[in-house]
Design a protein around this ligand. Structure first.
Ligand code: CAA
Length: 383
């Protein structure tokens, strides 16, 4: 494993950091307060090539590897976790799914627009009764000539309001479990698709999350991805990569928590000295630094395995499980170091804590990541 960034990776890191500092940090507190989607910034991210980073240039992407993508995503996450999840879902879930499993026609029609940032995509797996138990869905697509008629309710859809298309998983056959699930490309303008209420969230408030209602929604048959019944494997295979993105979102939040804590420890004086001179604060900073570095190493290992075309699902689950805990712990310690100033709106420190929490929940809870890791270990032992 090479611990040094290549010249190209350093440039990507600098570009992402400069963009984050110039265009995401200003206004991030207001966007959080008002639950305002960073539309202008997302457009600029598209222009910088950040919305389809791992997609070859022929399909509108930047054609770089997963590791470089993580390096850029971490910089975005330090400034604005909401912009990060919008970027992560479009890159890791939407573009990757279409690139790996879409037909050439689907790639030409949809991927080129999504990878270039002209369009924004959403990924819809969950339903009110099926979260961790993802295959327990009810939304049903009935074939009717050269189209499918879809009925049902999907929820927790990230970018569900602002996106142009949704990659939607639903049943095409009942009573056969996950083998009855198929994946579809649903355009926002399709007849019968409507957007439900926008969720009022604890954190990542700049990203929109909503329910989607499908009432006799008509989707052309050519918009099925792969074949009928392949949707669950397509979704889970894609989520393995998505989890590297969410782990990186958590890493960025943790790294920012550490940076803010160091800065404050050097400034804030109590009992005649800076609080950084007290052992209690030093211990917190040291533990945060160890955990941030360890999270980054786990993430980069998973990304490197992915880039090498090797199995990486267990490693992605490890990275997400660990990095999301590190984000929660580091942001909580950051608030503790800031004391009363950390607890009020305006310093931006409490936002880190609120933003961190979701990384332990979406794209598979921490408990589901443990289940994936344990299943993989037990399978290996049985061989
Ligand atoms: N890749 C490809 N195929 C996979 C797979 C993977 N990673 N994991 C499992 N499969 C296959 C299995 O091989 C199996 O196929 P066969 O039947 O042919 O053997 C099939 O899928 C079913 O697998 P399981 O029996 O393991 O399925 P399960 O019902 O036990 O569920 C689970 C497994 C890991 C718990 C899964 O349900 C899961 O990941 N749950 C969490 C859901 C989740 O992450 N949701 C995120 C929502 S999207 C989101 O949050 C995005 C956002 O907006 C930010």
């Amino acid at each position: 494993m090479n611990f040094n960034l290549s010249e190209e990776q350093q440039l990507i890191q600098k570009t992402a950091r400069d963009f984050a500092n110039d265009h995401l940090r200003p206004g991030v507190i207001d966007r959080d307060e008002n639950a305002q989607f960073p539309a202008e910034q997302v457009k600029m991210m598209g222009e910088l090539g950040f919305m389809g980073m791992m997609i070859p240039e022929e399909y509108g992407g930047a054609g770089i590897d997963s590791l470089s993508y993580c390096i850029a995503l971490e910089e975005i996450a330090k400034a604005d976790a909401s912009a990060t999840v919008i970027m992560s879902v479009n890159n890791s879930l939407v573009c990757q799914l279409l690139y790996l499993y879409g037909s050439e026609k689907q790639k030409q029609k949809y991927l080129t627009k999504l990878a270039s940032g002209e369009w924004l995509g959403a990924f819809s797996l969950s339903e009110p009764q099926s979260g961790s138990d993802a295959s327990n869905m009810r939304t049903f697509a009935k074939r009717d000539g050269n189209q499918y008629i879809i009925n049902g309710t999907k929820n927790w859809v990230t970018s569900g309001i602002s996106s142009d298309i949704v990659l939607l998983m639903c049943l095409t056959e009942k009573d056969v479990g996950s083998k009855g699930i198929s994946a579809f490309i649903v355009e926002k303008g399709f007849d019968g698709l409507s957007i439900g209420k926008k969720e009022n969230k604890l954190g990542i408030r700049g990203s929109d999350t909503c329910e989607l209602y499908l009432e006799d929604c008509k989707v052309p048959a050519e918009n099925i991805i792969g074949k009928e019944g392949q949707g669950f494997k397509i979704a889970l295979g894609t989520l393995d990569g998505g989890r590297i993105g969410i782990a990186t979102q958590a890493l960025g939040i943790a790294a920012e928590s550490l940076n803010r804590s160091i800065q404050y420890a050097n400034e804030r004086k109590q009992f005649g000295k800076t609080i950084g001179e007290f052992g209690a604060i030093q211990s917190k900073l040291a533990q945060m630094a160890i955990h941030v570095d360890a999270a980054r190493l786990l993430i980069h290992r998973a990304a490197q395995l992915k880039d090498e075309g090797k199995p990486f699902g267990k490693e992605a689950a490890m990275a997400k499980n660990f990095a999301s805990k590190v984000a929660m712990d580091a942001s909580t310690q950051c608030v503790q170091i800031f004391g009363g100033y950390g607890y009020i709106r305006g310093t931006g420190v409490e936002r880190l804590m609120r933003d961190a929490k979701i990384t332990q929940i979406y794209e598979g809870t921490s408990e589901i990541q443990e289940l994936i890791i344990a299943r993989s270990l037990l399978r290996r032992e049985r061989k």
